[in-house]
Design a protein around this ligand. Sequence first.
Ligand SMILES: C[S@@+](CC[C@H](N)C(=O)[O-])C[C@H]1O[C@@H](n2cnc3c(N)ncnc32)[C@H](O)[C@@H]1O
Length: 311
Amino acid sequence: MLVRPALLTSLPPSPLALFGREGPLVLEIGFGDGRFTAELARAHPEWNLLGAEVSAASVARAWRRMKREGIGNVRLYHGEGGFALRNLVAEESLFRVYVNFPDPWPKKKHQENRLLREPFFRLLSTRLAPEGSLLFTTDHEGYFGFALEEAGRTGLFRVEVLPPPEAHLRTKYALKWKAEGRTFFHAVFTRIAKDPSPFPPIRRYPMPHALLQGELPEDLALAKTVLPLEKGAVVLLETARKKDGFYVLAHVEEEDLVQDLLLEVRRSAKGVYAGLARFGSPLVTEGVQRAVALLVEALERAGLRAVQRSY
Ligand SMILES: C[S@@+](CC[C@H](N)C(=O)[O-])C[C@H]1O[C@@H](n2cnc3c(N)ncnc32)[C@H](O)[C@@H]1O
């Protein structure tokens, strides 16, 4: 039920690979405790429902709910909705997208964190099927107007402002805001044209590593080494000594993707190996390659010589 992009043979995955069957593909972004997702799944057993959620605790709660309720047509992705839209969904394949009560980021200086911005709507237009739609419900009038403007600027959607459907007012946050007597806003954005930009899925690379020769130093002084990327950064956070080398904790931020990696330096029969440790299943992106390259540069500064690089 949990989607691990690194374990998928291709991005985007086919409906067969993800759900084991064909069916109308529906995405919910920010599913929270998953009660709305479960309700949708029960009401439409023929739908293939993909949920994206950044909070690990919420993903765990929703996962338990689906198991408890015996729901089989839902897949959960722990990560950014933008990443799911771009990488887990094929072009023009989405029947519908749901966004209920997204974080409003009410302060002007934080509005760039809002999900429903112009670049999101442009990407969305390439993933929605013709006449596919996004249904948006919020209690935040400011965000509501903002989203209408952002979508309007693309010229790619027909927008209808409607009363929210009953089911959208039964989510955890809807019930919370209802109890406070708040007003709700709802809009349907139907795709009428497709943005001409390609928006390809993220590029994957082979497992990066290097072989070096020379003596390992006592310490690797690379904590908090930062490498800015075009849309993100690589940070080497911490180094720990182990019997035959080092572990290095790295943090990689790329567009809509944040990964923590464990890198490793160890003596092997052929010399000194530097690369990814066997831990987690990171998606091998450009940022992951750059993290390994940073580590190799640090080893070279410490006097080792790279005799083979694979990145
Ligand atoms: C206010 S809650 C609403 C949850 C649920 N939809 C409901 O109505 O009860 C917003 C949810 O969106 C998630 N979230 C925020 N930004 C996100 C993003 N970019 N991608 C996926 N989930 C996101 C948060 O972790 C949180 O669970």
